[in-house]
Design a protein around this ligand. Structure first.
Ligand code: ATP
Length: 359
């Protein structure tokens, strides 16, 4: 991409904030969204992350204007866009299987949104040619403009889809699992590429994914949805290191939930009591443990006894599988290089981080 080409496109970008307020959506008796409030700052990339059926696509479609909310409002900047028709919202979309026009070549696909404008809003032919050339450079597909979609790889097709979405100078960009149909390596490559593109063009972007690595790597902030509600919105670090709810703690990262009881003495885990200060109310609670949350204790007395049920290699790290008590699920910890343990050993472990929520 040449500098002038990027400037050519980015000069046109005008970004606005997106604000959803009190959104509700029911399909018959199915509540798809309940009380959803979300703000996306101008130029920010926010990922909507959640399990299947949590309402991500419904929220994106309401912001796009493809779906009407049962209640609530959507603002683009200061403008109430709730009842603005989709054609007038100036949104760019890319879907998982964005159907490019098979009979149009790459350049014609990108130009499509400009060519179908009413005459008075349509740029001149020369202007359209210039914009297509800028966009081809921007999505790094220069030289492929005369190819047809069937002559492109999946990743190249999605880049054409993105160029096509950008051609109409959208105020916001809405992406629904745009890399969902691609294989893992291509997905990873496109992730980095999209982040760079976003940094260059600066569109306010909402990105739906159910892939947490993708969300945490790409987004400025992540909104976690579950059953139609937003559980937490925060930076990837805040979400990963400080889950606000039991759902987020269990959903993000590799964690095991241990059923525990909080009493005045501390935390009861199986037969053991761990004296820790917590703000969680006495009673049954859930403790979420990731492999890095536990470390071998300095002294036996300082730790919880745990039986080693296996030791294995996990990439660069060594992990021990531990049992903290009968009836409790096994957990894994990362072992420091200087500790050698074998199956059957009893290890004293202590928590580095405690993620505890009322059950
Ligand atoms: P996925 O990751 O599987 O795409 P999602 O998080 O995007 O899921 P949505 O597609 O928004 O979830 O669906 C939310 C809920 O609304 C689900 O229970 C779904 O079955 C329901 N739903 C979505 N669209 C419709 C529809 N047109 N008619 C009826 N129910 C619908």
């Amino acid at each position: 991409m040449t500098r002038s080409a990027a400037a050519g496109y980015t000069d046109l970008v005008d970004t606005v904030a997106i604000r959803a307020e009190g959104l509700e959506k029911r399909f018959g008796s199915t509540p798809a969204l309940t009380g959803v409030d979300l703000s996306v700052e101008p130029g920010e990339l926010v990922a909507l992350l959640g399990p299947s059926g949590s309402g991500k696509t419904t929220l994106l479609r309401i912001v796009a204007g493809l779906e009407q909310p049962t209640a609530g409002r959507v603002f683009f900047g200061g403008e109430d866009a709730t009842f603005v028709p989709v054609q007038a919202r100036r949104v760019g979309f890319v879907f998982q299987s964005y159907a490019l026009f098979k009979h149009l070549d790459v350049a014609e696909n990108i130009a499509y949104g400009l060519r179908v404008r009413p005459r008075r809003l349509r740029p001149s032919r020369a202007e359209i040619r210039r914009r297509v050339a800028d966009l081809l450079d921007l999505v790094q597909l220069g030289g492929l403009e005369r190819r047809f979609p069937s002559q492109l790889s999946g990743g190249q097709r999605q880049r054409v889809a993105l160029a096509r979405a950008l051609a109409v100078e959208p105020k916001v960009l809405l992406l629904d699992e745009p890399f969902g149909a691609l294989d893992a390596q291509v997905r990873r490559d496109l992730r980095g590429w999209l982040r760079e593109l976003h940094e260059r063009t600066g569109h306010t972007t909402l990105f739906v994914t159910h892939d947490q690595d993708e969300a945490l790597e790409l987004a400025d902030r992540v909104a976690i949805l579950d059953r139609g509600r937003i559980e937490q919105v925060g930076t990837p670090d805040a979400i990963y290191d400080g889950p606000a709810t039991a759902f987020v703690a269990g959903f993000i990262g590799e964690s095991v939930r241990l059923p525990v009881t909080v009493t005045g003495d501390g935390l009861h885990i199986g037969q053991h009591v761990l004296s820790i200060a917590t703000t969680v109310a006495p009673g049954p609670a859930s403790l979420f443990v990731r492999p890095r949350d536990l470390v071998p204790a300095a002294t036996r007395a300082a730790g919880l006894p745990a039986r080693v049920t296996g030791v294995r290699r996990a990439g660069p790290a060594r992990r021990a599988e531990l049992m903290l008590g009968d009836g409790l699920p096994g957990i894994e910890i990362e072992l420091p290089a200087d500790i050698s343990v074998a199956r059957g050993d009893v290890l004293a472990v202590q928590f580095r981080t405690v993620r505890l929520f009322s059950a």
